[in-house]
Design a protein around this ligand. Structure first.
Ligand SMILES: [Mg+2]
Length: 117
């Protein structure tokens, strides 16, 4: 039996902005490191659970996420307002917001209840 060959691409390859991809990779790497840090803090006893714990309810997780969003808002205000996009403090807080959201998604996936579409 002849080996089935992959179908020819129907659309031409699109230009990939490698600089943009690299920048996103840095951001996702930082979020992943923050997730790891959260788990180390939990292991050290700083808090009893992270949002990745599938046994904790969504109602327990939302305040954690909102607290992080609040800290991002505070960092933005302390840095002089919404136009200060270069604020390292704001960036750090947004990474924490994203890491908490990632943890929560991990819990949803662990429950095997993944909402679709
Ligand atoms: Mg924070």
């Amino acid at each position: 039996m002849a080996e089935k060959r992959p179908q020819q691409e129907k659309e031409p390859r699109q230009f990939v902005d490698l600089r943009f991809s690299y920048d996103r990779g840095v951001v996702l790497h930082d979020i992943s490191r923050e997730r790891d840090r959260q788990e180390r803090l939990r292991e050290a006893g700083k808090f009893p659970a992270t949002c990745a714990d599938p046994t904790r309810s969504d109602a327990e997780k939302l305040p954690v996420l909102i607290e992080e969003v609040g800290e991002a808002a505070r960092a933005m205000c302390e840095a002089g307002g919404a136009t200060d996009v270069q604020s390292a403090g704001l960036r750090d807080e947004l990474v924490q917001v994203a890491a908490v959201a990632v943890a929560w998604i991990e819990a949803i996936d662990a429950r095997k209840v993944v909402p679709r579409g």
